[in-house]
Design a protein around this ligand. Structure first.
Ligand code: HEC
Length: 446
């Protein structure tokens, strides 16, 4: 598997040498080519990033409620409009977004790399394991999630700036005083590989083919059907106090209309801040039988209508989707987006003796309202809430600097990355560099 991925990379690298501004072929489309038995269309990375900042903001900006309230009904029109913006022209073209006749959408480069890398049918990346009973009491076996995210033209302009030199990306374009520009919209569709009979709301599923691993632990891939379960969005809007971003999500409910379709996505809610004052834990709900809405949260608004199946939400009721970590929140994970990645996405993603007490000041570091463009760690550059950008850059540096890549000496980019890491080691006490636990899948692949 890894050898095959490497061949694709080497072939692509030859193109990079000649590349100026990104266009088809500058960045590899995917890392996992489906077997010859698959004869359908292949995924193409949409990478013709605009070279000028598009003017204006999306029309739904006019629907931003004022004042902000934790009553979801005040947000419903806005949230429905964002969903429409994400799906219009994409559902009809099976998310072959380059064929969207209404607006242009783009993908993040460098997500093809490594064991979680993009597969070649829909460009899905491997995300997380679905824990037992995370979705419903009847869900007694685990599952796994795959996803694909897309950026609108305003967001893609910034991607093109960061990656203007494909061999020496520059995350300064998303770090203070810079950030993604107002009107950036990111949408992400998430699919579950799980026994559908165990999850009532996945009745009448929307199914995609994906070249995915047999289980979350496995490295062996085959073509399987995965079911639409969640749709996320993030909108950069400087009118939002504190963070400058709005995150929202939808959950699939196939029991609503009784037939498959993207209109079965019902809103879970929105958040525009992490409620840093709320340190309680009584609404955390890892194995949901009901949705527990925490009325004390002022910066999360959850859909209270019965159209939303019982769902777990995030830590103490902050916004989270059904396949997200129930002790996190959208903005809690995403505020850690930086390059290099110096901290884990969640306080629990550390050695057990390092995990701070729940609700303590050290824990609450992950539940602050961090302004757009401000890095989580002062020594890093912010990728402004984009974990795809942070991950893509980390993949690139790993390939270029550690794996030898094609440019074995690494050049400028590696010197910068390495000297930053060295500086960090000298300047930070205690060292906060997050050591990823040994990854058996990765080791097997290497
Ligand atoms: C456990 C951490 C975690 C949580 C919680 C989480 N995300 Fe993400 N999200 C990620 C990672 C990692 C990526 C990048 C990987 C990918 O997309 O393949 C990502 C990607 C995204 C993207 C694509 C653009 C980007 O920023 O990288 C969007 C949009 C997004 N998430 C929205 C949400 C929303 C909305 C929620 C809450 C409902 C949420 N996320 C919760 C970790 C998280």
């Amino acid at each position: 598997m890894y050898a095959k991925q490497r061949r694709i990379l080497v072939a692509a690298a030859a193109t990079w040498l000649a590349a100026g501004a990104a266009s088809a072929g500058t960045f590899p489309d995917f890392g996992y080519q489906p077997p010859a038995s698959y004869t359908g269309p292949l995924f193409h990375l949409s990478q013709n990033y605009p070279q000028k900042l598009p003017a204006g903001t999306p029309a739904f900006f006019k629907q931003l409620p004022s004042p902000f309230s934790n009553d979801f009904e005040t947000w419903r029109t806005y949230v429905d409009s964002v969903k429409h913006y994400c799906l219009e022209g994409n559902v009809e073209t099976d998310w072959n977004v380059q064929k969207n006749p209404i607006r242009h959408w783009y993908h993040m480069p460098w997500q093809h790399y490594g064991p979680l890398g993009r597969e070649g049918i829909h460009g899905l990346t491997k995300e997380a394991e679905i824990q037992v009973k995370q979705l419903a009491p009847t869900q007694v076996t685990t599952g796994q999630t795959y996803a694909v995210g897309i950026y609108n033209d305003i967001g893609a302009y910034t991607i093109g700036q960061v990656w203007k030199n494909p061999q020496d990306p520059n995350p300064a374009f998303t770090s203070k005083p810079n950030s993604f520009h107002d009107g950036t919209v990111v949408c992400k569709a998430l699919f579950a590989d799980i026994d559908l009979k165990q999850v009532p709301f996945l009745a009448n599923p929307v199914l995609w083919q994906g070249y995915v691993t047999d289980t979350f632990e496995s490295a062996n891939r085959s073509i399987k059907q995965v079911a639409l379960i969640q749709l996320d969005f993030a909108v950069r809007d400087s009118r939002v106090p504190g963070t400058g971003w709005i995150f929202g999500t939808f959950q699939y409910n196939g029991q609503l209309t009784g037939k498959p379709g993207w209109d079965n996505l019902v809103p879970v809610g929105v958040m525009w801040g992490n409620d840093p004052e709320d340190t309680g834990d009584s609404y955390t709900n890892k194995q949901p039988t009901v949705t527990k809405i925490n009325p004390d949260l002022k910066q999360t608004a959850i859909n209270a209508k019965p159209e939303l199946p019982p769902t777990h939400l995030g830590w103490n009721g902050r916004l989270d989707g059904p396949v997200d970590n129930p002790v996190s929140s959208c903005m809690s994970c995403h505020l850690t987006a930086e390059s290099p990645q110096l901290s884990p996405m969640n306080p629990t993603f550390q050695a057990p003796d390092k995990v701070p007490p729940v609700g303590s000041p050290a824990w609450m570091r992950w539940f602050q309202n961090q302004p757009a463009g401000v890095p989580f760690d002062a020594a890093a550059l912010s990728t402004d809430y984009s974990l795809q950008l942070a991950g893509g850059l980390a993949n690139f540096y790993d390939w270029k600097c550690n794996q030898g890549g094609v440019f074995a000496d690494g050049g400028n980019a590696c010197q910068k990355a390495t000297s930053l890491k060295l500086k960090l080691r000298k300047s930070m006490a205690p060292v906060k560099v997050y050591k990823i636990e040994r990854d058996p899948v990765l080791e097997q692949l290497q």
